[in-house]
Design a protein around this ligand. Structure first.
Ligand code: RB5
Length: 152
């Protein structure tokens, strides 16, 4: 898979640990920054990653900031993005199976690299449960998005 990754100044260290791990799983990573501790704005990186996913230039996206919360809020404003904030292994599996999440967010100030790697491994390795229940619910999320998206 092609994975787009982005982080702010509070998440780039974890991003830089996760990238070689993802590559070791056989995936390709596009690193959209940031690359140092200079203060930046997380919505800019959320947008860059989400645009790659919605354009089909990446299969999935991963976002990291201090808490993961700002990235999640910003990412879920982009039509077509279902971003899940995950800090435990159960949720990593459940959000792929139930929500078909296409972007994963984590907080560098919340979890360590070991747990983050396990989360990423499970999230990338779990398929959406194609059953009608979950498809119906994800379809309703799309309906909400269509209803509140302004069309020029
Ligand atoms: C940066 O200080 C911090 O606010 C940001 O990384 C993130 O946690 C926001 O939700």
């Amino acid at each position: 898979m092609k994975i787009a990754m982005g982080a702010d100044h509070a998440g780039y260290r974890l991003k830089d640990v996760i990238i070689p791990f993802i590559e070791s799983l056989g995936h390709q990573v596009e690193d959209l920054g940031c690359h140092c501790g200079d203060s930046v704005d997380y919505p800019d990186y959320a947008l860059a990653v989400c645009e790659k996913v919605t354009a089909g230039e990446a299969d999935k996206g991963i976002l990291i900031c201090g808490t993961g919360i700002g990235m999640t809020i910003a990412a879920n404003k982009v039509p077509g993005i279902r971003c899940a904030l995950v800090h435990d292994l159960f949720s990593a599996k459940a959000t792929r199976e139930h929500n078909d999440s296409n972007v994963l967010a984590m907080g560098e100030r919340v979890i360590g690299p070991g747990v983050a790697q396990e989360i990423v491994s499970i999230w990338l390795g779990t398929e959406f449960s194609e059953g009608p229940r979950h498809q119906n619910r994800v379809g309703k999320i799309k309906e909400l998005e269509d209803r509140f998206t302004l069309h020029p």
